[in-house]
Ligand binder design. Structure first.
Ligand code: PMV
Length: 334
């Protein structure tokens, strides 16, 4: 990296209510968290540029990625690229969205969101990358435009995402999100203002099964009992609507009950695991008001709502990795 550098940042996210049902048009309640991904954007090393090796180049520290990623020569993906194919394709997408000038850039990515855990690490990286590029070229980028560009990159990571991840991450704060039309990518977002400081413990229940895989496996299961699954999705949608009201009224105990009911539905949908169920149950026994998985499930992160001292719940949820706290904040107004 040489010369002037620009920083793009984006937070991770949690889904408090509504994962999976949101893919079928139901509302979801999601919030950004105070962990995130930072991308330092600068010109590639002159020697690298002179030897004309393909760019852009992405290197990372501390987020578990391979150390260097660069796209492959066109038409020959596996022979000359470096790093996981999905990331190389995402970098190619970034070039097509932001222009050939991006090939001269180096991205140094660092972050503190556990990756592949349902906390939005890929969407945060996409938003941070598009922000980094625009800052580097000193161009304005609204949160809505950051979300739109990041969505194109998210499609590479996740197939046909509902948009809840990158929208929450690009706008920040707490949102009630709904995808109105998958074809035209029309979405509706309503910022929410929690009445009380709302503290959640996040624990890790083993490796995440992968969002695209979890969504398509559920779609296949639902084909056998379409009406039943539609009822479940609607039930989850009502929970998200009700949860939005309770959050703004500050009724934490009722919010916790809704988390437990939402978790029951997620278990019925087949996206929970014994490790998730046991972590939820341990969190409740340690005093949590409610607990559920967050994200696609099949492993990944579990949320527990606490009121008062979070230490016993933190301890109960530090099974596979240390659990940590997140707090819900009102959205940052642009
Ligand atoms: O990528 P994750 O684990 O945060 O899951 C996203 C939420 C889903 O509803 C499962 C998928 C989607 O596209 O909304």
């Amino acid at each position: 990296m040489t010369g002037h550098a620009a920083i793009g940042y984006a937070p991770g996210k949690i889904i408090l209510f509504g994962e999976h049902a949101v893919v079928y048009g139901q509302p979801a309640l999601a919030a950004s968290i105070d962990r995130g991904v930072r991308v330092v954007t600068a010109k590639r090393d002159p020697q690298d540029l002179a030897s004309n090796r393909l760019g852009p180049v992405l290197t990372s520290a501390g987020i578990g990625l391979l150390s260097t990623v660069r796209p492959a020569a066109s038409g020959n993906p596996s022979s000359t690229g470096e790093g996981p194919e999905v990331l190389r394709l995402a970098l190619e997408k970034l070039v097509s969205l932001c222009g050939e000038r991006v090939r001269d850039l180096h991205f140094s990515v660092e972050g503190n969101i556990p990756i592949g855990s349902g906390l939005g690490s890929s969407a945060a990286m996409s938003v941070a990358l598009v922000r980094g590029v625009h800052r580097y070229f000193e161009e304005e980028l609204s949160d809505s435009d950051a979300a739109r560009l990041a969505y194109e990159m998210e499609r590479i990571f996740h197939g046909n995402p509902s948009g809840v991840d990158h929208t929450t991450i690009a706008h920040g704060g707490v949102l009630l999100f709904r995808r109105l039309d998958a074809e035209t990518l029309t979405t509706h977002i309503e910022p929410l203002y929690p009445k009380r400081r709302t503290t959640l413990v996040v624990g890790m229940a083993g490796p995440h099964a992968g969002t695209a895989r979890a969504v398509s496996a559920l779609r296949e299961r639902a084909k056998r009992h379409p009406d039943l699954y539609t009822h479940i999705y609607r039930g989850i949608g009502s929970i998200a609507q009700e949860g939005a009201k309770l959050l703004e009224q500050g009724h934490l105990a009722a919010l916790g009950e809704l988390m437990d009911v939402n978790q029951g539905f997620l278990n019925a949908l087949g996206v929970s695991t014994p490790a998730i169920e046991s972590m939820c149950s341990n969190a409740r026994s340690a005093g949590a008001l409610g607990a559920k998985l967050t994200g696609a499930g099949g492993g990944g992160a579990v949320l527990a709502l606490v009121d008062g001292d979070p230490a016993p719940v933190l301890q109960a949820m530090s099974v596979h990795a240390p659990a940590f706290l997140v707090e819900l904040h009102p959205p940052v107004m642009a």
